[in-house]
Design a protein around this ligand. Structure first.
Ligand SMILES: O=c1ccn([C@H]2C[C@H](O)[C@@H](CO)O2)c(=O)[nH]1
Ligand SMILES: [Zn+2]
Length: 133
């Protein structure tokens, strides 16, 4: 699947965002090795700290369905620069996605920034750190 197609999927995901508080919708589309696309949107809550980002929604949906082999993720929001994932999402990507996986950040104006998981969180705390390896 082409980057442009995955971005279109992320825009579709964004339409489902539940954002009564921030009014800031985020969409993500996560591509698996066998060509399946998981949509994710941000889902907010009156207890603000319970809000879940679009990126993590997509990743958690995939993992909960038994999919772990990820090829690419696209993220979109109505931002001036390409939408930048928060620290929590970067940490979750570092744990569950290959470090050289493409992360496509974009906005509604069509700006595109292509990075990797490792670019977003160099030196991430990982499982091996727990074991003193
Ligand atoms: O990359 C991002 C940045 C922010 N948000 C969400 C969290 C919250 O619902 C709203 C405002 O921070 O946007 C995401 O889903 N992804
Ligand atoms: Zn996030």
């Amino acid at each position: 699947m082409k980057i442009e197609q995955l971005i279109e999927e992320a825009k579709k995901a964004r339409e489902k965002a539940y954002v009564p508080y921030s009014k800031f919708g985020v969409g993500a589309a996560l591509l698996t090795a066998d060509g399946k696309v998981y949509h994710g949107c941000n889902i907010e809550n009156a207890a603000y700290s319970m809000c879940n980002c679009g990126e993590r929604t997509a990743i958690f949906k995939a993992v909960s369905e038994g999919d772990r082999d990820f090829k690419m993720i696209a993220v979109v929001a109505d931002t001036d620069r390409p939408c930048s994932p928060c620290g929590a999402c970067r940490q979750v990507m570092a744990e569950l996605c290959p470090k050289d996986m493409k992360v496509i950040l974009t906005n509604l104006k069509g700006d595109i920034l292509e990075l990797t998981v490792e670019d977003l969180l160099p030196g991430a705390f990982m499982a091996d750190d727990l074991n003193g390896k």
